[in-house]
Write a protein that binds this ligand. Structure first.
Ligand code: GLN
Length: 254
């Protein structure tokens, strides 16, 4: 395979909490192991965003979210919106997820305007939602993995947010919460999916412990770029799956 995929890491310096950048490394390595060439671009404050095959946007704090919100308005929002509508895959975590939604209302009632690509709204709640999360993936995504005698349809992660996110009816959750708070601690949903965008509160780093999600995004990036279907070659990722399963066991969810 001699195909190049361009990955843009959005706001890597400004939005950089909880090792979310590890998702970029996982995407890159798993794609390279299949023979793809990966070119990584970055776009931070005052830097242009170039059209890419995959976008990653990690979490950050309220103050940084406010700076990014102002930077995103205009051409950058237009470009990302067009890319989203053209089915470009994106992985958005926590603060990045909130910022591609309509708005994030902070604890002091300030509205941080988002790009409005996802029909979601986030309102800061009185307590931080922190801890391990486990969710059952939304079947619409068609993601599952056979590991030994187990069919895995779970995603494991770690959440740390005070924002409570509510999805409009046309936005599907990434999954149903089995453990943790998820979007808002109320409706048992976690994350969102829209076209080929995945948003989640799962930090550190989500793709490392969820190789099925990483491969889903690599596949989408290739398929949208070329218009061709692809089956990715299997990798020896038994260690990654041990990490996934240990989080399930730790959560008493065998
Ligand atoms: N500031 C946001 C919240 O607490 C996002 C935090 C994050 O990205 N970890 O909801």
């Amino acid at each position: 395979m001699d195909q190049e995929l361009i990955l843009t890491h959005l706001y890597p310096k400004t939005m950089n909490t909880y090792g979310d950048q590890g998702n970029v490394l996982v995407f890159k390595k798993r794609a390279e192991w299949r023979g793809f060439k990966i070119k990584i671009l970055t776009a931070d404050l005052d830097e242009p965003i170039k059209k890419s095959d995959f976008y990653f946007f990690g979490g950050g704090q309220d103050q940084e979210q406010s700076l990014v919100s102002k930077d995103l308005i205009g051409l950058k929002t237009e470009l990302l919106k067009a890319e989203a509508e053209n089915f470009k895959p994106m992985l958005l975590i926590c603060g990045g997820y909130q910022l591609l939604g309509e708005y994030y209302q902070t604890a002091d009632n300030k509205k941080i305007v988002g790009a409005g690509i996802l029909a979601i709204r986030t309102i800061a709640g009185p307590k931080r939602m922190i801890g391990d999360i486990v969710l059952n993936l939304n079947p619409v995504l068609g993601i599952s993995e056979q590991i030994n005698d187990k069919k895995i349809t779970t995603v494991v992660g770690f959440e740390n947010h005070s924002g409570k996110t509510y999805l409009d009816k046309n936005i599907k959750p990434l999954g149903q919460i089995v453990k943790g708070y998820g979007n808002n601690g109320e409706d048992k949903t976690e994350g969102a999916c829209y076209k080929n965008i995945i948003g989640s509160y799962g930090h550190g780093s989500l793709l490392a412990k969820n190789p099925h999600l990483a491969d889903y995004l690599i596949k989408k990036a290739f398929e949208v770029k070329t218009g061709e279907k692809i089956e990715l070659e299997n990798l020896d990722d038994s260690l990654e799956w041990q990490a996934h399963l240990s989080r399930l066991n730790y959560s008493n969810l065998k």
